[in-house]
Design a protein around this ligand. Structure first.
Ligand SMILES: Nc1nc2c(c(=O)[nH]1)N[C@H]1C(S)=C(S)[C@@H](COP(=O)(O)OP(=O)(O)OC[C@H]3O[C@@H](n4cnc5c(=O)[nH]c(N)nc54)[C@H](O)[C@@H]3O)O[C@H]1N2
Ligand SMILES: Nc1nc2c(c(=O)[nH]1)N[C@H]1C(S)=C(S)[C@@H](COP(=O)(O)OP(=O)(O)OC[C@H]3O[C@@H](n4cnc5c(=O)[nH]c(N)nc54)[C@H](O)[C@@H]3O)O[C@H]1N2
Ligand code: SF4
Ligand SMILES: [Mo]
Length: 745
């Protein structure tokens, strides 16, 4: 598996891509001197990166050369989770994995092996192909990749046909931009200067978020509805547009299916009712509708926060219906912008060679990992877990159940990681992973229209190996011979591009050579338009937007957008609980970077934001140590008392590592693993918690090492969320492509 050594003796620079789960996919030039990376500079000429990187990735070389990088394979030398290790050779580690797996396959079948990966890197080779090929060949258990965007990833294509987003530079044409449940100042920072320029040119930017986020500082108007009530707000806007004859009837007639039924549905959402549900003033709801009707082009930008609750799919359906009522789809700077992933979908067969392999025996919904490891999945139970590019003990909902599963003596866990994460601590074998500078990859963004090549800049640190190199080594150990299990990364890229280009003209003329030479290559729109749904033509069966969408019936969801939830926020808070939102931290991407001291310091203490009225009611002052708890678990936070969150709402950003926090726990000790209404999506923001001043017992438990489990009974894992928990995925028979493809970018 030897790769060609890199030149050592001189200074050179290479094209790099930020690998993280962020829509911006920044272009970087890495400078290397005598084999060591010395500079990591944003590319000035890149139309989105425009010469700067975010606060979290600017110090990327600190991450690459971090003293805590894992550099040798390790075997567990203590109890599970005890963090005692002995170094082993790669040969021994791989032999052990292969022989344990062979035994599992012989006794229980390959379905008992669960490969688990998500978004540590979004590269074609190190994520997509590494999540597919070997596992297809083995016939291992499939994974429903639902933790992030699953509800919207069903709702958006079902409604408009595909995930086509506008070129972010086209915000300069917009007169109104509505950021709905999205925090780009932290999560997609490169659109912020574009929005600022649009504002200077006269555009109004509105934010709809129950929290006053960093983004709120840059907008013209921030409105804060109750979480989870967005479908009611959207239907209220639609109600007013029809009521006041502000809709575009000709457009609706020509380009939509079901607009009269949507109008009927919206009749029930008069501003008074919507005001009661959302907590917004009637005047604000009226003003939002009028703004939408009077500004052309108007665009709504959503991301993923808004759909991470039990009704996320219907919320997204309702929001993306608005631009149809105002006839704003298909014009430059107008319509809806969610994701770009639908412009180019990698050829599934080239990614995974599934047609040559056994069918995927079953799939596990990743949101239910804890449940699956604890008996929800049986016949056979999961006997081995192989984790790479993911940190489920930190990032998954209902982390106590995940940890309880990882503690199982009969579970053989392998974790391939750059660092000794919360998850890696529970492994039987830990394998050291390369960083982005040590391997080759290709990146396809979900926020803009430019591919980015990532060359290998430096030799792997210590004995680190890339995901794909480990897959190749394991394939050899397991005795497979298919050539596609052993390709060099460049061959992988070439094959997937060529296969994808055969049916997608956006890749015309985009070759491996060109990517290696130029680093950044724009999609080949040529004579075709880069305006999504131009002229009101949608890539749906009848080429219309599906305001009534009959495929929803297959998901058990109303074909018309609807609101499900309390008629008044008071109904929810009657028991004194709060709705917990845990969106992005500014200085981490999920749990990545949360172990970098400087970034952790900048992010501040592990805090929970509470509205002043709730804090007063609970006897909590700003800066107090508090306990948040529910049926899943508990976690200590420092209280931040603020009017920047609504009464009844608590906010504690995601990403903290449990074992670096005050009590060994993070916010996912609390989050619900209920599934959303569509796609088996996550519902993190549908979590309910109780908060109280920390007691002496909490402080004692804060000192002890108990895997973050001891305070709550291990039997007591009832969900404290608003709807009963569903098990497994709503999809019964996923195709191999669905079960294996990487994050849906
Ligand atoms: N700095 C940073 N950047 C990131 C990430 C990160 O962890 N840190 N994560 C990356 C990933 S994986 C993703 S998926 C994207 C996510 O990108 P975003 O969706 O922009 O980020 P989130 O913070 O998850 O959610 C956005 C907002 O949704 C709000 N929200 C929650 N519930 C509701 C609701 O019911 N209604 C409304 N209107 N708003 C609601 C939250 O308060 C939050 O401010 O960001 C990516 N970029
Ligand atoms: N409470 C709460 N939790 C959430 C969310 C939320 O809104 N609220 N959002 C969710 C979302 S949107 C997402 S996308 C998930 C993300 O969840 P995960 O995909 O688990 O992401 P991370 O926690 O960042 O863990 C990624 C790990 O991959 C490792 N890594 C990076 N590059 C490589 C590589 O090349 N090879 C290997 N082997 N490892 C590598 C990193 O060191 C890191 O530890 O988290 C979810 N968690
Ligand atoms: S995390 Fe996003 S903004 Fe930051 S460098 Fe990476 S792609 Fe750019
Ligand atoms: Mo995500």
């Amino acid at each position: 598996m030897a790769t060609t050594p890199l030149p050592l003796a001189h200074t050179h620079s290479v094209h790099s891509a930020c690998p993280h789960d962020c829509p911006d996919t920044c272009a970087v030039t890495t400078t290397v001197e005598h084999g060591r990376a010395v500079a990591f500079d944003a590319v000035q000429e890149h139309p989105i990166t425009r010469g700067w990187l975010c606060a979290k990735v600017r110090p990327y070389l600190d991450r690459v050369y971090h003293p805590d990088r894992l550099t040798t394979p390790l075997r567990r030398a203590g109890a599970k989770g005890e963090d005692r290790w002995e170094p082993v050779s790669w040969d021994d580690a791989l032999d052990e994995i292969a022989s344990r797996w062979q035994r599992i396959i012989d006794t229980s079948g390959a379905a008992a092996i669960l490969p688990y990966s998500y978004s540590g890197t979004l590269g074609l080779v190190q994520n997509f192909v590494s999540s597919a090929r070997l596992w297809n060949r083995v016939g291992a258990c499939g994974l429903d990749r639902t933790i992030c965007d699953a509800a919207a990833s069903v709702a958006v294509p079902a409604t408009v046909g595909a995930k086509h987003g506008l070129d972010p530079r086209d915000f300069l044409h917009s007169k109104l931009v509505v950021l709905w449940g999205h925090n780009p100042a932290s999560t997609s920072p490169h659109i912020m200067p574009i929005l600022r320029d649009a504002q200077r040119a006269g555009a109004t930017v509105v934010l709809i978020d129950p929290r006053r986020t960093l983004t709120a500082k840059s907008v013209d108007w921030h409105i804060a509805p109750e979480p989870g009530t967005d479908a009611a707000l959207a239907l209220g806007v639609i109600h007013i547009l029809f009521r006041d004859d502000l809709h575009e009837e000709d457009w609706l007639d020509q380009h939509s299916t079901g607009w009269q039924e949507l109008r009927e549905r919206a009749m029930a959402f008069d501003p008074t009712r919507v005001s009661r549900i959302t907590g917004l003033a009637v005047e604000d709801i009226e003003r939002l509708a009028r703004l939408w009707a009077s500004a052309t082009p108007a665009v709504v930008k959503i991301a993923d926060g808004v759909q991470r609750n039990q009704h996320g799919g219907q919320i997204v359906r309702a929001i993306v219906s608005i631009p149809a009522v105002t006839g704003q789809y298909g014009i430059r700077g107008g319509g809806m912008f969610y994701s770009q992933s639908g412009w180019i979908s990698y050829d599934a067969e080239a990614l995974g060679h599934a047609s040559e392999c056994p069918t995927v025996p079953r799939t596990v919904n990743m949101n239910r990992l804890g449940a699956a490891l604890n008996g929800e999945v049986s016949d056979p139970p999961i006997k081995s877990l192989y984790v790479f590019a993911a940190n489920p003990a930190t990032s998954n909902p209902n982390a106590p159940r995940v940890i309880q599963g990882l503690l199982r003596e009969d579970l053989f866990t392998v974790v391939h990681e750059q660092f000794m994460t919360d998850t890696a601590r529970y492994a039987d074998i830990v394998l050291p992973a390369t960083s982005q500078l040590e391997h080759i990859d290709l990146h396809k963004p979900y926020g803009h229209h430019h591919l980015q090549y990532n060359a290998r800049a430096i030799e792997p640190l210590g004995e680190c190996r890339s995901n794909w190199d480990v897959m190749r080594a394991l394939a050899e150990r397991l005795g497979y011979t298919d050539p596609w299990l052993f390709q060099e990364p460049e061959e992988v890229i070439d094959d997937v591009l060529t296969a994808t280009a055969a049916s997608n003209s956006l890749l015309e003329g985009i070759t491996l050579d060109r990517l290696q030479r130029d680093g950044t290559v724009p999609y080949a729109f040529g004579d075709s338009s880069n305006i999504p749904f131009e002229g009101g033509v949608f890539p749906t069966a009848d080429e219309r937007i599906q305001l009534r969408c009959d495929t929803m019936l297959h998901h058990g969801v109303d074909p018309l957008p609807d609101y499900t939830g309390p008629e008044s926020p008071d109904e929810d808070v009657a028991d004194g609980s709060l709705r917990l939102l845990s969106g992005a931290a500014h200085h981490f991407v999920n749990s990545s970077m949360a172990n970098q001291d400087k970034l952790e310091r900048k992010e501040g203490r592990q805090s929970i934001e509470l509205n002043r009225t709730d804090a007063d009611r609970l006897g909590i002052a700003d800066g107090d140590l508090v306990t948040a708890f529910n049926g899943n678990g508990r976690c200590l936070f420092y209280a931040v008392v603020t009017d920047g969150v609504n009464p009844g709402v608590a906010v504690a950003p995601k990403g903290r590592w449990g074992h670096r926090s005050i009590d060994g726990r993070n916010v996912n000790q609390l989050t619900t693993d209920d599934l959303a209404d569509l796609g088996g999506g996550s519902s993190f923001h549908g979590t309910r918690v109780f908060v109280e001043p920390a007691t002496d017992t909490d402080s004692v438990s804060a000192q002890s090492s108990d895997h973050g489990l001891s305070v709550v009974s291990r039997e007591n894992t009832t969900n404290a969320s608003v709807t009963p928990s569903t098990t497994m995925s709503s999809k019964s028979a996923p195709s191999s492509a669905e079960a294996r493809s990487g994050k849906s970018v």
